[in-house]
Design a protein around this ligand. Structure first.
Ligand SMILES: [Cu+2]
Length: 149
């Protein structure tokens, strides 16, 4: 029985270590030469039975990195800094243009297609996740989300 207990313990440990939040299709928006800000988008999948919370994002590419969401204010969509991005248990969250995103403020260099940025996500439980995020050219996308007809 003792051996069983040990085997089970190591199995649990292994699965806990690999049961991360899965990140798919992460990309940073390429910028024109003089742009100072950009954003990172991604699809987050939580395979755990408990909710996860991203509480911080860090990167060397810009002076400030913030978690943002878009909210309607006086009939206008505005970006707001948020304290966390919640990913429900066994659920998923899309960071996408017009919605939640990782905001890069004060870029240290223009973002060109083909570059890869390093981004570190910090979760409320203390875990960190290092991502390699490719830079992609995308259409602004904002006009579509503003159309209400
Ligand atoms: Cu923003």
């Amino acid at each position: 029985m003792k051996y069983h207990a040990i085997a089970l313990a190591s199995l649990l440990f292994t699965s806990a270590a690999s049961a991360d939040v899965m990140v798919h299709d992460a990309y940073a928006r390429a910028t024109p030469p003089n742009a100072v800000n950009s954003a990172i988008f991604m699809h987050l999948m939580n395979n755990e039975n408990k909710a996860r919370q991203i509480i911080n994002a860090q990167s060397d590419i810009s002076k400030v990195v913030e978690l943002h969401n878009h909210v309607m204010h006086d009939g206008m969509m505005q970006m707001r800094k948020v304290d966390s991005i919640d990913i429900p248990a066994n659920g998923m969250v899309d960071l996408k243009p017009g919605g939640m995103h990782v905001m890069l403020l004060g870029l240290n260099q223009p973002l060109k297609e083909g570059m890869d940025l390093e981004l570190t996500l910090t979760y409320a439980n203390g875990e960190t996740q290092l991502l390699s995020v490719p830079v992609k050219k995308v259409m602004a996308g904002m006009k579509k989300s503003h159309a209400h007809h």
